[in-house]
Design a protein around this ligand. Structure first.
Ligand code: CMC
Length: 392
């Protein structure tokens, strides 16, 4: 009732109260449940962070063991999932395949559709999602390249199992490199939650109609896909490759990004909430240096990225608008060094963001939030008479 205020993009509108993630965009602070992202990235594991986000506290040793064991025991997916997968042409983008397979879970676990289901049933959906997401992700890649899928290996940890499903072939033995597995684990931690961003708000919005957790997460994956959100990590590498092909002329591309008649934006720069720096980008930049050195990879694109960052940080256009490198600017460079193909980058982001989406969905339901239903200000025609088709 009363006056409706319009706030396109919800730049100044809060949608909820939340106790999960604290973010101070001016100071560049990010904390999950009170723990700093820097400390978690250094000391924790992705599954421990998942537990923390979803259940609110760090697990005890027993809780952690039980949680990881249960997840490991559910990594296998229903055999009929392969039939759905095989229906996708090799041209399918893995993000579309991923959201479809996640939504297809509603068919295999119809109890998840009951909005009044008991907490243990919700917990099972949570476990199944965390367990099966790497399987879906790796399988979407195998389908794309036309290779047989690899079944999960329950003797391995979360990231090693994913890497083996991605890269092992029947033709040769595959050993997971612990440097690669650890780097991936760290990247997943850095992506695990980011309060009310576009995909998370989507998950909460879909869930607010009491749609199932699977359906809500599937919606979140689709929201993440766009190049202004998670799709930026793929777009960054494509941009850096184009700059390289163009002879490394970063000045020319900077000019393009500043030209208001050119739709091009410097991908991996700018953020809705970070106006000084993105703390995740700092950690990732350092990790990129470490990982490339450890793996002995010399990627000319890293030099282009550093040059571009340097120029942007000293350019009045970027300084005035407070545009800094975001989480996606350097993450693609690490994924590339780990051997992950470019159009799987956003899938990696989705794997990382999953516990955040789950935690936010759970909080929304536990707080009994009402259905999300924004208002509008109508700008169309007043009432007019219908003209029959032969009179138009
Ligand atoms: N390159 C050039 N100009 C930019 C850029 C950029 N990357 N980002 C913002 N601007 C300009 C924009 O044109 C506008 O200028 P003006 O005031 O002259 O019209 C001003 O900066 C403010 O931009 P905005 O679009 O109003 O800001 P927003 O908060 O709506 O958008 C953003 C935030 C992240 C969508 C945007 O900065 C962007 O498009 N960045 C490139 C894509 C990207 O890297 N996305 C990943 C974000 S972080 C991870 C994630 O969310 O998934």
């Amino acid at each position: 009732s009363g006056v409706i205020t319009i706030d396109p993009g919800f730049k100044n509108t809060g949608s909820t109260q939340s106790a999960i993630t604290f973010l101070d965009g001016e100071k560049g602070i990010l904390r999950y449940r009170g723990y700093s992202i820097e400390e978690l990235a250094e000391k924790s594991t992705f599954l421990e962070v998942s537990y923390l986000l979803i259940y609110g506290e760090l697990p005890t040793p027993d809780q952690y063991q039980e949680f990881t064991k249960t997840i490991t025991n559910h990594t296998l997916v229903h055999e009929d999932i392969k039939k759905i997968l095989e229906g996708f042409p090799s041209t399918a983008h893995p993000m579309g395949v991923l959201s479809s397979l996640v939504c297809a879970q509603t068919a295999f676990y119809p109890a998840s559709l009951d909005p009044n289901r008991a907490a243990p049933e919700v917990d099972m959906s949570i476990i199944r999602l965390l367990a099966k997401m790497p399987t879906f992700a790796a399988w979407s890649f195998k389908n794309q390249i036309g290779h047989p899928v690899n079944y999960p290996d329950n003797s391995l940890d979360y990231c090693s199992n994913f890497l083996k499903m991605m890269f092992a072939t029947p033709a040769e033995a595959y050993e997971v490199d612990p440097v690669v597995a650890n780097a991936l684990d760290k990247l997943l931690i850095l992506h695990a939650d980011h309060e009310q961003n576009c995909s998370t708000s989507t998950v909460r919005m879909v869930g607010s109609s009491h749609a199932s957790l699977y359906a809500s997460i599937s919606g979140g994956i689709n929201a993440l896909w766009g190049p202004l959100h998670g799709g930026a990590n793929q777009a960054v590498i494509e941009m850096l490759e184009n700059i390289k092909k163009d002879g490394g002329d970063t000045k020319k591309w900077m000019a393009k990004a500043k030209d208001k008649n050119d739709p091009f934006r410097l991908m991996g720069f700018g953020h809705r909430v970070y106006k000084n720096f993105d703390p995740r980008a700092r950690i990732i930049k350092k990790a990129a240096d470490d990982v490339l050195a450890k793996l002995g990879v010399n990627d000319p694109i890293l030099e282009i990225a550093k040059g571009l960052e340097e120029e942007a940080l000293n350019d009045s256009y970027f300084v005035e608008r407070k545009l800094y490198p975001n989480v996606d600017f350097y993450s693609g460079i690490i994924y590339r060094a780990l051997g992950i193909p470019t159009d799987m980058f956003t899938v990696m982001f989705a794997m990382g963001r999953l516990p955040g989406w789950i935690a936010q969905w759970k909080e929304m339901r536990e707080n009994k939030e009402p259905i999300g239903r924004p208002r509008q200000v109508y700008t169309g025609y007043n009432e007019r008479a219908y003209a029959p088709i032969d009179k138009r």
